[in-house]
Design a protein around this ligand. Structure first.
Ligand code: CTP
Length: 471
C-alpha cells in the first residue's frame, strides 16, 4: 500500500533528505500513521524512527528547517524532539528492548525497524510509512495492523502478557484507545490485562490520570469504565466506584446499582458537555453513597448526607491520584455537594426563595449543576423520565425569572461592611457580620429586593435591633 498522501507536509521531504545524507533508513510510525488511516484530524505530534541515531537525524533536520528550531535531546532514552509549525517531531533510533520488571525503564539495544515495531504497544500503533528514496510512502506492517484497524481491534504485536508486563501503562492505553476509537480489545489481551493488573501499581498516578482524562473525554466514557471494571484494573485506580457496585435487597426493598447508574450518568452528560471537570463530577457524584448506605425498617434504604460525604471523598481521591487540589477540585466538590439540591426543589412546589438560595449557593455554576441533575435521570420508565425532565425544565425557567429580577448569581452585598462601620461609627466587629448576613437572608427570603436603598433601610432597622446607634 502506498501512503504518499499522508506525507504532504514539506517537513517529511526534509526528514527524507536528511536521512539520505546520513545514510540511515527512516520511517514515520505510530499515532500519526494510525490517525491518518482513520481520518482522525490533524496530528499534534509525529514520531520518526531511524535505523541509526535518532538524535543525529533530529539535529540534521533542524539545521535544514527554516528558523533552525532548537532540538531537545533525551540522551538516556536516545530520543530527540523539535517543534515545527506547532507540531512536535519526535525522533528515535530503532530499538530492541527488554524492560526491568520493577520499573518502566527499558534496557535498550539498537535494532531493525521490525524489532522496533515488535516492541510497540499495539499493532495499530506499529504501522510505519517509509521515508526512504526507493520505497517512499510505502506502508510497512509486519503485524497486520491494517486488518486490525479495519476490524476495529486492539491487539499487541507480541504475546500480550509480554507487551503489558514490559510496560503496564499499556493496559490503560488499551482501554483508552478502545474507548476513544470505539474498538474492541481482543480476548487474549483482556485476559492478559486481568492477569497482570497488579503491575499497574508501578505506573505513576499522573500517567494513569492522563488516560482517565482521555477516557472521560471520549464520546461514550462508560465503555472505558466498563473495560476497567472487566479487566479488574478499576479497584487499583478508583476503588470508590467499585464500592458502588451491587444491589442489596432487604424485606423486598432493593436500591439501584449505583456503579452502573453512574456510568449511565457519565454517558448522558457526555452528550451535552465537553467540560471535563463536569464529567468528573458526574463520575463521582454518588461516591458518598457506599459509606452512608443504611437500612431502616420503616423507611428502607437511605444514603443520608451522601453528598457531603462524597464531596469530602473527592478531596481524598484527588490527593491520592495526585490530581490538582485547586479550583478544579473545588468545582467538582461543589457539584457533588449540591448534586441533589435541584432534585429536592423540583419535587416540591418551587418557591422563589428556594430558587434564590440555589442560585446563590451554586453561583456561576448553576447551569452546570442543572446539567448534572438532568444527566442523573436514568429511569427506564418513560413517563417518570418525562416528568423529571419537565420538573427540571420548570426549575430552569424559574432560575431565569428570579435571576432577571434579583441578580443573585455572583451575589455582591448591596451594602458594604465599610458603610456599616461608617454609619454606626463602629470598628471591625461581629456586629458587621450579623448585619451583612441579615441583609443577605432578607434578600434571599424575598423580604427586600436586591438593591441599595432597600438594603440600607433594612440595615438601619437591624442595627437598631442589636443596640447600635447611627452616628
Ligand atoms: N508507545 C508504546 N508504548 C507506550 C507508549 C507509546 O509502544 N506505553 C508507542 C506507540 O507506538 C505509539 C507511539 O509510541 O503510537 C507514540 O506514543 P504516544 O504519542 O503516547 O501515542 P500516540 O499513538 O501518538 O497516540 P496519542 O497521541 O493519542 O496518545
Amino acid at each position: 500500500m502506498n501512503l504518499n498522501s499522508a506525507l504532504k507536509k514539506p517537513v517529511f521531504k526534509c526528514v527524507a533528505e536528511s536521512s539520505s545524507e546520513l545514510g540511515v533508513d527512516t520511517y514515520v510510525i505510530g499515532g500519526f500513521v494510525r490517525d491518518h488511516l482513520l481520518n482522525r484530524g490533524t496530528p499534534q505530534d509525529i514520531d520518526i524512527v531511524a535505523v541509526g541515531s535518532g538524535i543525529e537525524l533530529a539535529q540534521t533536520v533542524a539545521s535544514k528547517l527554516p528558523g533552525k528550531p532548537q532540538v531537545s535531546i533525551f540522551k538516556n532514552f536516545g530520543t530527540a524532539m523539535l517543534k515545527h509549525e506547532g507540531i512536535e517531531l519526535e525522533f528515535v533510533g530503532a530499538r530492541r528492548e527488554s524492560y526491568d520488571r520493577n520499573s518502566r525503564k527499558p534496557t535498550v539495544e539498537n535494532g531493525t525497524l521490525e524489532d522496533d515495531q515488535r516492541r510497540r504497544d499495539f499493532t495499530i500503533n506499529a504501522l510505519a510509512i517509509s521515508l526512504n528514496k526507493d520505497t517512499y510512502g510505502e506502508l510497512l506492517d509486519p503485524f497486520d495492523g491494517i486488518t486490525d484497524l479495519e476490524k476495529k481491534i486492539i491487539r499487541t504485536p507480541l504475546e500480550p502478557g509480554v507487551t503489558y508486563s514490559d510496560d503496564p501503562l499499556r493496559m490503560m492505553r488499551a482501554v483508552r484507545f478502545a474507548t476513544q476509537l470505539d474498538f474492541e480489545i481482543e480476548l487474549k489481551s483482556l485476559q492478559a490485562i486481568a492477569q497482570h493488573k497488579e503491575r499497574i501499581k508501578i505506573i505513576s498516578k499522573e500517567r494513569i490520570v492522563d488516560e482517565l482524562h482521555k477516557i472521560l473525554a471520549s464520546e461514550k466514557p462508560s465503555n472505558g469504565f466498563a473495560l476497567l471494571h472487566k479487566t479488574e484494573l478499576l479497584p487499583f485506580i478508583l476503588p470508590e466506584l467499585i464500592a458502588l457496585q451491587g444491589i442489596e435487597e432487604k424485606e423486598g426493598q432493593r436500591h439501584k446499582d449505583n456503579f452502573w447508574h453512574t456510568l449511565e450518568v457519565v454517558d448522558n452528560i457526555a452528550e451535552t458537555t465537553d467540560n471535563l471537570w463536569l464529567r468528573w463530577a458526574a463520575l463521582l457524584h454518588d461516591i458518598g453513597k457506599a459509606p452512608t448506605k443504611k437500612w431502616h425498617k420503616k423507611i428502607g434504604w437511605t444514603f443520608h448526607a451522601h453528598e457531603f460525604m462524597g464531596s469530602k471523598m473527592v478531596y481524598t481521591l484527588f490527593k491520592r491520584l495526585r490530581m490538582p487540589l485547586n479550583d478544579k477540585m473545588k468545582y467538582v466538590q461543589k457539584m457533588v455537594l449540591m448534586s441533589s439540591r435541584p432534585q429536592i426543589l423540583s419535587e416540591e412546589f418551587v418557591t422563589d426563595s428556594a430558587v434564590r438560595r440555589l442560585v446563590h449557593d451554586a453561583g456561576e455554576h448553576v447551569d452546570d449543576l442543572m446539567t448534572l441533575c438532568e444527566a442523573d435521570i436514568t429511569t427506564k420508565n418513560s413517563s417518570k423520565q418525562k416528568k423529571y425532565k419537565n420538573n427540571f425544565k420548570l426549575v430552569r425557567q424559574k432560575i431565569e425569572e428570579v435571576e432577571q429580577r434579583d441578580h443573585i448569581r455572583n451575589f455582591q452585598p448591596p451594602v458594604s461592611g465599610e458603610e456599616i462601620m461608617e454609619t454606626f461609627g463602629i470598628k471591625p466587629s461581629r456586629e458587621i457580620g450579623i448585619i451583612k448576613d441579615a441583609i443577605k437572608e432578607a434578600i434571599l427570603e424575598g423580604e427586600i429586593p436586591n438593591e441599595y436603598t432597600a438594603a440600607k433601610r433594612f440595615m438601619m432597622k437591624k442595627g437598631k435591633e442589636i443596640g447600635l446607634k447611627a452616628k
